[in-house]
Design a protein around this ligand. Structure first.
Ligand code: ARG
Ligand code: ZN
Length: 886
């Protein structure tokens, strides 16, 4: 069933308060819920019945003001409970049960090892008790939890602990009161055998708060970074946005069983352990960064999400886009100086291009605020999150940081305590800036990535440069014609010495200072005529990735090489190098398809070696600039994708760059050894990244010395970054030592779920060489081994998503057996965990883009899942239906 944004209706009833009493038991938990309900004065319907959502829970009794309702006075079905006749304020008491153990969907309250965890966003609260499960019903929560002392020594919920006592039957009872009204998706409950790392923290306003991180006992030594990240996040939100923590107590909980990254429940954030636990043995440099970013993200939701919340789920980007933008800025600020910040920006843009651009070009393309959905869980997408963050960033770029901050303050002040729509944000920005932003809202309503094409004309006589700019956005499902977007369009000119020149319009008398100049595109076409130019400049456009567009600047390979060597803007310098690498892979792919061998362009090789040898560049920057673009990213630009040709092209480029610079890479590896105890600082992480990149190129070029260095690094590294990088390089090559290393790693990592998952990903993403078992067989076998479970999302993501989504040349087997395996797994997961199944199901989204032989087999696999329609969860059904284009 499809739900439309335009069909929003205010709730029929409001619920001012809820008192929840839990009798915990992993087999069967009993809930008594007491609601203060009244008709919503804003509801236009006359005396509507009260409908409370309820799913997979068993109703025991309903009473109103102390009188138990009889059959016929209410109706209960698989979607919920209907009670007619609530036309005045009433006290409703509902008793129901559910089974945490049987809850393999990990939505609602479920068992994770010996603990109980909750996840309510988006619609999990209805799996706990009957309630109006929608974000615009804000209630005050009192939560009473009773549980056996030996099973549940720790019992947590949102808000403040107000009472704690031992019961006569030997159990314990705790009571929490959350002072802030909230939608039910922010409710949380955690119980079990947890321990914590805790700390006091002084806020700027003078209050002292208690912070704590709760984990299984064996994980206590992995919580320091989490707690320190939380402190940095709290301080940053105070300093950058003037936002204070509004609670006395703030808790983070980590669990191994979690459908996604983490959840911003009020005052009680719950995290997937992969986004919360770190020490040098189990976490890499990127894990440390991700944890800091996600801890920040969930904390920042306290204002952008919790205090100001959503009217309905179509508005999801209002909290997610904004909060991703905030966490990106946090991560960048934690890196300090501008060139390090650029590395953060490069990472964020790489993620956007790899995931979101692909989504925007496929059957699931949707605007950051979708117009319809079947299952909201399918819309926690890279479009809503990452493109949503770019849209917020563009507003900051268009209005300027200061005005944007004024608008942000206004947004918070005006909407605190309310459930609002995206308009609330735009209106605050419009008011603070005095600017009509209605043109900008196309970014909220139109899907697809705009193409911006720039053609140049240099007038040698008058020394004028004309830029003809055209924007167009391809059709997406349900949106065949697009209006132009308002696009920030920064322009910079470089002279032949690589210096910035003034960007002066021909009609202007005075030249501005040299540097980037901001323009705006509003129409389908635009013409800019520049003058005052001493020579024909090289143009540097969309610096810093000001807008989420696909830019065709019409630059020649020579110009790209010039920018890669000279652009003072680090983002665009990276982008030019990245473009050269992508083009080189395209050229090699084509050469293979046409069977006309061709050397890798000397231009890309020399551009790479210049960056490698440039003494003014940081190791971290060199590492990102020389990182080979992913095969899927490259393939995305091909008219028809042949994953095997792309793979071969990719290998050829990497090998050529490695061969031509082998001694420079070996020297770089040697020069970037990090001594001393492990520290995840940007400088040290940058050196490790560059050393491992250099080893990778040298190894790919067949250097025996590199192989020895890698093996040695695997044996002696004091940190996971280096150990894992070594294992990865070995697994991706044909060395006899490989198997021993993999077995050694497995033995050493067997008892640590975080490490097992990394090991599984290495297995899933490695190539197979002649004489070895195909990756498909390896992966299939691993699904049956004792350390893998389809019930554990992290296992599934590590092994199956790794194989389906990060190993194109092994997944796209000519006989279609990879796809058949995909169908099998989707159907099995569908029975266990619909949200996880739907995520895995998306691996075949862009089947139409492949060569006919593959596309046909992908289509057949999709059809084979569609044939089981009646068994499919709504989550999976929507993905399959859209992929097939029905
Ligand atoms: N709000 C959480 C976050 O972004 C994610 C919740 C995901 N929920 C879902 N149903 N996919 O931090
Ligand atoms: Zn979020």
């Amino acid at each position: 069933k499809t739900i439309y944004r335009g069909d929003y209706r205010a709730p029929t009833h409001l619920i001012d308060s809820i008192r929840l009493e839990f009798d915990l038991n992993a087999e069967e938990t009993l809930v008594k819920s007491t609601l203060e309900v009244r008709p919503n004065p804003e509801c236009t319907e006359k005396d509507p019945p009260l409908f409370l959502n309820g799913e997979d829970i068993t109703l025991r009794s309903v009473s109103i003001d102390g009188r138990e309702l009889k059959d016929g006075e209410y109706k209960v079905d698989s979607n919920g409970l209907t009670i007619p006749g609530i036309t005045s304020a009433q006290k409703l008491e509902i008793v129901n049960t559910f089974s945490p153990k049987a809850n393999t969907a990990l939505s609602g309250i479920y068992a994770s090892g010996v603990n109980l965890m909750s996840q309510c966003e988006a619609q999990g609260f209805r799996r706990i008790t009957f309630f109006e499960d929608r974000p615009d019903v804000l209630a005050r929560y009192t939560t009473v939890i009773r549980g056996a002392t030996e099973d549940f020594p720790v019992m947590l919920s949102n808000g403040n602990l107000t009472e704690e006592k031992s019961l006569e039957d030997g159990r314990r009872e705790v009571t929490y009161v959350d002072p802030f009204p909230k939608p039910c998706y922010l409710f949380a409950l955690v119980a079990g055998k947890l321990v914590s790392r805790a700390s006091k923290f002084d806020l700027k306003d003078g209050r002292t708060v208690d912070l704590s991180v709760w984990v299984d006992p064996q994980d206590l030594d992995k919580t320091e970074h989490t707690l320190e990240s939380l402190k940095r996040a709290i301080r940053w939100d105070e300093e950058r946005w003037g936002l204070e923590l509004d609670l006395k107590d703030f808790k983070i909980v980590a669990t191994n069983d979690f459908n996604f990254g983490a959840m911003e429940n009020k005052g009680l954030n719950i995290f997937n352990s992969r986004c919360a636990l770190a020490n040098p043995k189990v976490a890499t440099d990127s894990d440390y960064l991700r944890i800091e970013g996600v801890v920040g993200h969930e904390y920042f939701h306290n204002w952008t999400g919790d205090r100001v919340t959503l009217r309905d789920w179509f508005q999801l980007t209002l909290k997610e886009g904004l909060t991703v933008f905030r966490d990106q800025e946090f991560s960048a600020d934690m890196l300090g100086e501008p060139s390090a910040r650029a590395v953060q920006r490069i990472r964020d843009v790489s993620v956007l291009r790899a995931a979101q651009f692909m989504e925007d070009a496929g059957p699931m393309a949707h605007p950051i605020r979708p117009e319809s959905y079947q299952n909201i869980n399918n819309f926690y997408t890279s479009t809503v999150y990452e493109k949503g963050a770019e849209v917020i960033r563009m507003l900051q770029t268009l209005l300027g940081r200061e005005t944007f901050r004024k608008g942000f303050d206004l947004y918070i002040a005006r909407n605190d305590g309310h459930a609002v729509t995206c308009e609330a944000f735009i209106n605050a920005m419009a008011e603070a800036s005095g600017r009509d932003l209605s043109e900008f809202t196309n970014w909220y309503s139109q899907a697809g990535t705009p193409r911006v094409t720039v053609r140049r004309h240099w007038d040698e006589v008058n020394h004028r440069l004309t830029l003809n700019v055209r924007q167009s956005t391809p059709p997406t499902p349900g949106q065949s014609v697009k209006k132009p977007f308002l696009i920030p369009f920064p322009v910079a000119f470089l002279n032949s010495r690589g210096e910035e020149m003034p960007v002066q319009l021909a009609e202007e008398d005075e030249a501005p200072a040299p540097g980037t100049r901001m323009f705006e595109l509003t129409d389908e076409t635009a013409e800019f005529v520049f003058g005052g130019l001493e020579e024909e400049p090289v143009v540097s456009l969309n610096r810093g990735f000001a807008a989420p567009i696909i830019l065709d600047a019409g630059l020649s390979q020579e110009e790209l090489a010039f920018l890669a060597a000279n652009d003072p803007d680090p983002f665009n310098r990276w982008d030019a190098m990245n473009r050269l690498l992508i083009d080189a892979v395209h050229a090699q792919t084509r050469a293979r398809l046409l069977k006309t061998p061709e050397d890798v362009s000397p231009l890309v090789i020399s551009a790479a070696s210049k960056i490698l040898r440039d003494e003014n560049l940081s190791p971290a920057f060199k590492a990102v600039a020389l990182t080979m673009p992913g095969e899927k990213l490259v393939a995305e630009e091909d008219p028809l994708i042949d994953p095997h040709a792309v793979h071969a092209g990719w290998i050829a480029v990497r090998q050529a760059i490695g061969e031509k610079n082998i001694s420079a890479f070996l020297e770089t590896a040697q020069a970037n050894i990090v001594e001393g105890p492990y520290e995840p600082t940007p400088e040290k992480a940058g050196k490790r990244a560059l050393r491992n990149l250099a080893l990778g190129y040298a190894h790919a070029a067949g250097s025996p010395r590199a192989a020895i260095m890698i093996k040695d690094q695997f044996m002696t590294a004091n940190n996971l970054t280096d150990k894992l990088a070594a294992l990865h390089m070995m697994a991706n090559s044909q060395t006899p030592a490989k198997q021993d290393m993999e077995v050694d790693a497995l033995k050493a990592w067997y008892h640590e779920p975080l490490l097992i998952n990394k090991w599984l990903t290495i297995q899933a993403t490695a190539p197979s060489f002649p004489g070895e078992a195909r990756v498909l067989e390896r992966v299939r076998e691993l699904t049956r081994c004792p350390f893998f479970s389809l019930k554990n999302p992290n296992n599934v993501y590590a092994l199956l998503l790794g194989y389906f989504q990060q190993n194109p040349s092994e997944f796209h087997l000519a006989d279609g057996s990879g796809y058949a395996f995909w169908a099998e797994m989707v159907l099995e997961l569908n029975r266990i965990n619909p949200q996880v199944a739907a995520r895995v199901a998306r691996s075949l989204d862009n089947w139409r883009r492949y060569t006919p032989a593959l596309a046909e087999k992908m289509h057949a696999a999709l059809e084979s899942v569609e044939a089981k329609r009646s068994e499919l969860s709504p989550n999976v059904a929507e993905i399959i239906e859209k992929a097939l284009g029905n």
